[in-house]
Design a protein around this ligand. Structure first.
Ligand SMILES: [Zn+2]
Length: 297
């Protein structure tokens, strides 16, 4: 009996085999193609199944999703933006298989709860800061799913005073300020000439004035929405993963400063915001856990 995990990210898609112990091992990965996304995913899944009968597939997908009907509507995959019936497509590919899907933030929270920093912490927020900003909520040891499967979309909380347009159609979302591409765009508008979040972080580390300002702006925005979310949920731990969260001191210092300014209410006195230790496969690992837990549709 083969159990598969699938991670549909904004920039890459990964597939893994889930062991009897619930641990997922990646067996394939591709960059999201500009078109023919389902054909690429199908090929990846068939290669992972390798002719064996697939009994369960767990899917983590970048949001938003409609988990009630198994449809993905990712902001960052144009071909699927208006909705793709991913769960039905996977069921058709592996007849008889159980298919469970959750938004990537929910998978991330499951992974942190079972294998990561939230193992000992029943009330926590898991976040990813990379090409987008996502998250998942752990309350009372359980991962919140929400009405349509989208609970934890912290990327679309509002940064005070921001008017940056967001891919969701709104204005001032933290994803439009503090994701890697958003910070890069802000820096480039001010004359910085690099192209990626990794380059921006290196430039800030080397003392570039614009790069430092871009990371400072992103860090403050993250600290502000984390303060708001922590007060709303009464969590004592926030775990932050994703590539852009690796930007180090130039991002993390202003983030902590903003926490110091905003997370002041007494019950947040023990709040810790820490980098994730799970690495880039956290969503895939969480998708694997869906196959054991039966969370979501
Ligand atoms: Zn938004």
């Amino acid at each position: 009996m083969t159990v598969l995990a699938l991670d549909i990210g904004a920039t890459k898609i990964a597939v893994g085999l889930v062991g009897a112990d619930g641990v997922t091992h990646e067996v394939g990965r591709i960059t999201v193609p500009p078109s023919g996304v389902w054909d690429a995913v199908r090929g990846l899944l068939l290669a992972a199944a390798n002719g064996h009968t697939v009994s369960i597939v767990g899917i983590g997908a970048c949001g938003p999703v409609d988990a009630t009907v198994g449809v993905v509507e990712p902001l960052n995959i144009p071909e699927w933006r208006d909705g793709f019936a991913l769960v039905d497509a996977v069921r058709e590919l592996f007849p008889g298989a159980t298919v469970r899907m959750a938004v990537d933030g929910v998978c991330l929270a499951l992974a942190e709860r079972h294998f990561g920093a939230a193992r000992q912490t029943p009330d926590a927020l898991a976040m990813t800061v990379s090409s987008g900003i996502g998250g998942g909520i752990i309350v009372g040891g359980m991962v919140a799913v929400g009405h349509t499967g989208n609970a934890g979309h912290i990327g679309h909380m509002i940064v005070p005073g921001s008017t940056d347009p967001c891919a969701c159609g709104g204005v001032g979302c933290v994803e439009a300020v503090a994701s890697g591409p958003s910070a890069v765009r802000w820096a480039r508008e001010r004359g910085w000439e690099g192209a990626t979040g990794v380059e921006l972080a290196a430039a800030a580390e080397a003392g570039d004035r614009i790069a430092k300002a871009a990371l400072r702006r992103a860090g403050i925005a993250l600290g502000q929405v984390i303060s708001s979310a922590a007060a709303l949920l009464d969590v004592d731990l926030v775990v932050v993963g994703g590539g852009f969260a690796q930007a180090g001191e130039p991002l993390w210092r202003p983030l902590q400063e903003a926490l110091g300014a905003h997370a002041r209410i007494q019950f947040l006195g023990d709040l810790r915001v820490v980098p994730s230790e799970l690495g880039e496969n956290a969503t895939l690992v969480g998708a694997g856990l869906l196959t054991a837990l039966g969370a979501s549709a």
